[in-house]
Design a binder for this molecule. Structure first.
Ligand SMILES: Cc1cc2nc3c(=O)[nH]c(=O)nc-3n(C[C@H](O)[C@H](O)[C@H](O)COP(=O)(O)OP(=O)(O)OC[C@H]3O[C@@H](n4cnc5c(N)ncnc54)[C@H](O)[C@@H]3O)c2cc1C
Ligand code: FES
Ligand code: FES
Length: 1288
């Protein structure tokens, strides 16, 4: 079959939000996300990563199945969904769910009112995941709800408020969900909820919620039903610029196509082909979509198992297996259970809903979670090619250990046969990933054993591993050798040694990562051994001893449960006017718009006539001379307009904020990987990116290449000035101490991972060199300054506008200025509007992040535990330019009237109160006892607990950096327009400013509107950083409002019973100015580095957090069980916003300290470039019990209404989880008699936890020849102690 002469391209027919779409030129390369956003202007669906990893682009797909006459609704990631796959489907986006113009859907309403959105960028995706679940299950269980959100990331909230909204839809929502111990908050006393009647614990009222009424939902388009019922299915062809899509309807047709285009991939879910084409430069001119072929969708029960079509989605397979497990006897369903075990955590729901069973198998990724278990279970593949059908065992593909391709290019997989398990047969599957859910495995395994009837003699043994290698591998030799052996400890010992010998891993010996994978391989086998031993006992308790009770818990995997949470704050005084919103948990002013997708972010702005898209070309070398830049190929790409380089910058290409310049375009030399060298502008982002990939840069590497702190120390490469703080005589202090501990600790860096990537739109206005800049930034004034300097125009020609920012966390300041300058230079040169929206990968490569630290410490302490001397040297990997600086904080507890290490007086009373309350609320001592008891009774699982105090200094050390300014207009209809210099990035600043204005002007919040932050209304505003936004701008808003009120006072006094509108009309008549600026000059902060003393901070926030964790010693996995936080934030202006800030920051801190690992190549290129490799916390990572209490109001004379600036303060408390993990590891080590001192670095990943829980398996990996001792089932056995001798 040839493409030429084939039928003409079809019209693509589908529906979006009830509207029929007929696309005459459907392009197979076009994904639904871009189509919705650019073509249909439905910008509610967001771009967060483009690779299926974040859920920001979630939509609902509905299809009608004529055979069952049912409509299937499922969530999907629009970023990986080719529009061509949507023929006959109905798409629902967040706009179709509800809007402020029509009706807000209960999901949208509840997410908003439960404070489930902060920056709001993830919110439409969250809405769609919840909405889709409710379409299928109007009263879902909490497990279903948690599962539905596993594929959605949020960087701001810490998920708790989102889950609070979800709970209101669950059947068991009114209860705390904590039934495992038989206790429930409704009927039992519970320590989380004890004694809290006096204080408010609810941040929203469920009485306000509209009920969920499924009859109100958008109906499935009848026309699509008729099409599915009546229209004969015909082959579909879609031809795009470069790619042709063919969707056949019969198997014969498919086989003909495959014979004609053997290289063309079959595309079902596009979750494998899509990322390959998008990110790995793979190109396929022809794509074949077989999903409509009935043979590939079969479900057939046979005598010996279940046959499933290759195009069945993983979700469908999951449902089918779940049903089969419920229906068939346990003995028959062990394979099904093992496969289901992997499916539960494979990807997120959006991925499983589209990814096909066959696709996972055939794409043969080493990270496939299904291939090891399916291969071990003797699953059979039913293959077909033109004129031929055959069956092969999946294991045959992998059994030779190199993943040889035994399937020919012309062959397709029709179906997979999954057998029933037999009597005496046991099957298990295991996986360990950087995050428990929605993360590719580090190592996984499928294992099966069949015993001779009625014995423990191995008749068949199958062991397959994945994740660790370049393909799924079989430990064939090991299995052969062990056949015929009894299932006992000798067999276990030999099995582990044989596996380690047989399976060789890429990477060098001694490489920690390789050691971890090997440890997992044997640990998994050990776990299998325990499981089977236990099953043998169940089968025949007299013959088989089973496993010791203290080993039992390791057979239970950690599960994600709906967290139980409580938030405690102080209510406003009863005397406060009901209209005065200050101190009340007011909803974020944009929350509803976040939830309906109407909130506008930079890339949602409609395109400007003639607009161009910019793609940056970045350095691939860390330190090199640019020898040449060849743009000739790039300029040939369709739609390319120009290439912009340093030569096009009219004025400054460099900015000197310190000794080392910040550079817009690298000119002769590059100083880091990811530095912008030039940029391509084209008529679409696709063309711009295609062309950018074709720019060739030749480099000559320059020495030295410094990538790590150690290398910087070696080359004495430091940014000046170095800072030193000294208190007392350190040398003398060390002479009097009883003990000294010295060591080194490293804390890895962290990417900000705001959900909205760096975004900007530069629009030249055509006269007087004016330019409008719409930028996602925390600091419009610096953007204005940098762009004006780069263009060589006065700042008054550059208007910078910021409506809102989709998360920033400190990452949208100076670097954003450089990127804005790139866009502005391009706009200036081309005289066109230029849009620059970084892809997630570019964002992670180009931007910096939180810096890695190394500390060398020497601590002197007395026998009673008092620390009396500390000498600490901190090294920060500050990157290639100083960028934004980092402060070093001391975390020691203070006593009365002490001084900080920079000699600032501090009253620690509230710190001590936080500590004591946290100790009490967390029931630290009784839980410590319970943990000790748990640890005694469980050998392979251990718990740990830690409580950490925190002092967060508020201030920016320089008075002029904390200026605030505001502008308030009152219009003659009484409405108020408020603006100030702060940026809304999720921290609710505009909501708080409106609350302040409402109190000051004594009018309802609804009369006050905030439009945007702009350099045209508030000039020279300071950056919204350091948690200072509300403090400084709040003062300015108050000032402006008071000025206005003063002017109105005579009018009010004359007519005291008049209304606001009466007074305003009268004021206008009397020619009273109804517009005022407000100003706050900043705090008197200073630091004298010469003397090492000062008042760099105005006040301190205090807090304490207690966290409890459980670890799995065999895998290093952990679960956050409980966290209690007590924070002193003065008198909260908005407790809902402030608690949200604390929780969000805490969870981001948990990411920093336990999960988020940045990996670089030896040349300094970042490997972890997106959510698929870089794991930020997801729903599964938040504590199962999560409580936040605000300390009863403390007076803070320095900030507005005695509040305290909150935003970052909760972040550090994430380390309580780190220390709880350390405590658990210490428990393991103490029990095993291992060395008492050991170093753990941050992030404390599963790999480090496993390595520090040293046992026979880790020892076996380190010294494969030293395996004289048999592994014992009994923890009292000497083998553990002896194995660990080397460590002692
Ligand atoms: C964000 C994300 C997270 C993921 N997480 C996990 C995870 O945790 N664990 C895991 O195991 N996997 C994971 N995956 C991988 C995912 O499971 C697979 O990509 C998916 O199952 C492939 O199915 P598909 O239908 O999307 O394949 P497609 O991309 O449509 O096709 C994949 C390949 O399979 C071939 N193929 C498909 N069907 C057939 C057939 N019937 N006959 C012959 N060849 C065929 C195609 O030619 C193509 O080469 C993840 C993927 C993403 C994007
Ligand atoms: S943008 Fe689609 S999953 Fe992230
Ligand atoms: S609110 Fe979820 S990412 Fe900001």
């Amino acid at each position: 079959m040839a493409l030429q002469g084939a039928a003409a391209a079809e019209e693509l027919v589908f529906y979006v939000n009830g509207r029929k779409i007929i696309e005459k030129n459907a392009d197979p390369e076009q994904m639904l996300l871009a189509y919705l956003r650019k073509r249909l202007c439905l910008t509610g669906t967001k771009y967060g990563c483009g690779g299926g990893g974040c859920g920001a682009c979630t939509v609902m797909i509905s299809i009608y199945e004529p055979a069952s006459k049912k409509i299937r609704h499922y969530s999907a990631n629009a970023c990986l969904l080719p529009i061509c796959s949507l023929y006959g489907a109905a798409v629902t986006t967040v706009e179709g769910v509800g809007s402020t113009k029509s009706r807000i859907h209960p999901v949208q309403e509840r997410l908003a009112k439960c404070h489930g959105s902060q920056c709001g960028f993830c919110t439409p995706g969250m809405v769609m995941s919840i909405y889709t679940l409710l379409r299928n299950h109007p009263e879902p269980t909490s497990e279903q709800m948690i599962a539905a959100l596993a594929g959605n990331l949020c960087r701001c909230t810490g998920y708790r408020p989102i889950l609070d909204a979800c709970k209101t839809f669950c059947k068991e929502s009114i209860c705390c969900q904590r039934k495992t111990n038989g206790k429930c908050c409704l009927d039992q006393e519970d320590d989380l909820f004890d004694n809290e009647e006096e204080v408010p614990t609810s941040l929203f009222s469920t009485d306000e919620f509209q009920p969920l009424d499924p009859t109100q939902e958008l109906i499935f388009p009848p026309e699509l039903m008729r099409m599915a019922e009546n229209q004969p299915k015909q082959t579909l062809f879609f031809r795009g610029e470069r790619v042709t899509w063919i969707s056949p309807v019969s198997l014969v047709e498919l086989l003909d196509l495959k014979a004609a285009y053997p290289k063309a991939p079959l595309v079902v879910g596009n979750t494998s082909v899509g990322p390959d084409m998008k990110f790995r430069g793979v190109f396929h001119p022809v794509l074949i979509a077989p999903a409509r072929i009935p043979d590939l969708n079969v479900l057939k029960y046979t005598n010996d198992g279940l046959t499933l079509g290759a195009a069945c989605s993983l979700s469908l397979v999951k449902d089918i297996l779940t049903n089969a497990i419920a229906e068939f006897p346990e003995e028959k369903t062990r394979v099904f259970c093992a496969v289901l075990q992997q499916l539960r955590t494979l990807g997120g729901e959006q991925i499983r809903n589209v990814a096909s069973f066959g696709g996972n198998i055939i794409s043969r990724k080493p990270t496939s979670d299904l291939n090891p278990v399916l291969a071990a279970s003797n699953c059979m593949l039913n293959l077909a090619s033109r004129g031929q059908r055959r069956q092969i065992l999946l294991s045959d593909i992998f059994a030779d250990g190199v993943g040889n391709n035994t399937i020919t290019p012309e062959e397709i997989l029709v179906s997979i046969h999954v057998p029933y398990s037999r009597k005496g047969e046991y099957v298990s599957a295991f996986r360990q990933a950087p995050r428990r859910e929605n993360a590719l495995p580090i190592t996984n395994a499928g294992m099966r054993v069949l015993f001779e009837e009625g014995t423990d003699v191995i008749k068949e043994l199958s062991i397959f591993y994945g994740g660790a290698l370049s393909a799924t591998v079989c430990a064939k030799q090991t299995c052969c050798t062990l056949t015929g052996r009894h299932w006992n400890e000798q067999m276990l010992d030999e099995a582990c040694r044989l596996v380690l010998k047989e399976i060789t891993l890429p990477g060098s010996a001694g490489d920690e990562n390789v050691d971890y994978k090997k440890t997992l391989m044997v640990s998994f086998f050990y776990r299998f051994f325990l499981e089977v031993s236990q099953s043998l006992k169940t089968m025949n308790p007299c013959h088989y001893p089973g496993i010791p009770v203290e080993y039992g818990s390791v057979l239970q995997d950690f599960k994600t449960r709906m967290p139980q949470s409580i938030q405690i704050y102080q209510d406003v005084e009863p005397s406060q006017s009901p209209q005065d919103p200050v101190g009340r948990p007011v909803m974020h002013q944009s929350a509803i718009k976040h939830a309906t997708g109407e909130a506008v972010y930079i890339d949602d702005l409609p395109s400007v006539d003639g607009e161009l898209f910019l793609a940056a070309v970045t350095s691939s070398r860390a330190h090199a001379k640019i020898v040449s830049i060849d743009t000739s190929e790039a300029l040939k790409v369709a739609g390319v307009f120009d290439v912009i380089t340093a030569h096009d910058v009219p004025a400054a290409n460099e900015f000197h904020f310190s000794d080392d310049p910040e550079i817009i375009f690298a000119r002769n030399e590059v100083i880091c990987v990811g530095q912008i060298v030039c940029a391509v502008v084209a008529d679409s982002d696709v063309h711009a990116k295609q062309a950018a990939a074709k720019v060739k840069i030749e480099y000559e590497v320059l020495e030295p290449v410094i990538l790590t702190i150690e290398e910087a120390i070696k080359h004495n490469s430091f940014f000046e000035p170095k800072r030193k703080l000294e208190q007392g005589n350190v040398d003398e202090a060390f002479e009097t101490v009883d003990n000294i501990v010295e060591g080194e600790i490293c804390i890895g860096g962290q990417k900000h991972f705001y959900m909205e990537t760096q975004s900007m739109l530069a629009v030249p206005k055509g006269e007087d060199k004016e330019m409008d800049l719409y930028v996602s930034t925390q600091h419009p004034a610096i953007i204005q300054e940098m762009v004006a300097a780069s263009l060589g125009v006065p700042a008054n020609r550059i208007m910078c506008h910021v409506k809102r920012v989709g998360g920033a966390f400190g990452g949208k300041i100076l670097r954003t200025g450089l990127l804005a300058s790139v866009a502005a230079v391009a706009a200036n040169k081309t005289s066109r509007a230029v849009r620059l929206i970084l892809s997630r990968e570019d964002d992670m490569v180009i931007l910096g992040g939180r810096h890695p630290f190394m500390a060398k410490y020497k601590v002197g302490f007395m026998n009673d535990g008092r620390i009396t001397a500390v000498d600490a040297k901190y090294y920060v990997n500050g990157g290639c330019t100083p960028d934004e600086s980092v402060l070093i904080r001391e975390t020691n507890m203070y006593k009365k009237n002490e001084q900080t290490h920079f000699k600032q007086k501090l009253d620690p009373q509230n710190l001590i109160r936080c500590w004591n309350e946290c100790m009490e609320k967390s029931a630290y001592y009784s839980r410590r006892t319970a943990i000790n008891e748990f640890n005694k009774q469980n050998y392979w699982k251990k718990r740990g607990i830690a409580i950490v105090p925190m002092k967060f200094p508020f201030g920016l050390s320089t008075p002029y950096l904390s200026q605030g300014a505001a502008l308030v207009h009152i219009y003659t209809d009484g409405s108020v327009l408020l603006t100030h210099g702060g940026i809304e990035m999720g921290q609710g600043i505009h909501t708080k400013m409106i609350q302040i204005a409402s109190r000051e002007l004594n009018i309802p919040m609804s009369c006050i509107h905030f439009c945007e932050t702009s350099t045209t209304t508030v000039p020279n505003a300071c950056a919204s950083v350091g948690s200072a936004g509300t403090d400084v701008n709040g003062m300015a808003v108050k000032d402006a409002c008071q000025t206005l009120l003063k002017r109105l006072q005579p009018i009010i006094e004359k007519n005291p019973t008049g209304t606001w509108n009466d007074w305003i009309r009268e004021a206008f008549k009397q020619s009273v100015s109804l517009s005022a600026t407000g100003y706050f000059r900043g705090y008197n902060e200073y630091m004298d580095w010469e003397k090492g003393e000062g008042q760099p901070f105005t006040y301190f926030l205090f807090g304490a957090a207690c966290s409890e964790v459980e670890i799995n010693c065999l895998t290093g996995d952990h679960k956050n069980l409980r966290t209690d936080i007590v924070m002193d934030i003065g008198c909260s202006i908005n407790p809902a916003v402030d608690i949200g800030q604390i929780e969000g920051a805490f969870v981001q801190g948990v990411g920093l300290y336990t999960m988020e690992e940045l990996k670089y190549s030896s040349e300094g290129a970042l490997y972890t470039r997106g959510p698929d490799q870089y794991k930020i916390p997801a729903v599964c990572d938040i504590p199962e019990q999560f409580s936040v209490s605000l300390l009863s109001p403390s007076q803070n004379p320095y900030a507005i209404y005695a509040s305290k600036g909150i935003g970052e303060a909760g972040f550090f408390l994430g380390c309580s989880v780190f220390f709880a993990l350390r405590d658990a590891v210490t428990g393991v080590r103490n029990e095993r008699g291992l060395k008492k001192t050991f170093a753990l670095n941050s992030p404390l990943t599963a790999e480090q936890i496993r390595a520090n829980c040293a046992d026979a398996f880790t020892q076996m990996v380190l010294c494969p020849t030293d395996c004289m001792l048999a592994l014992s089932l009994h923890s009292s056995s000497p083998c553990y102690a002896q194995y660990s001798l080397g460590e002692k």
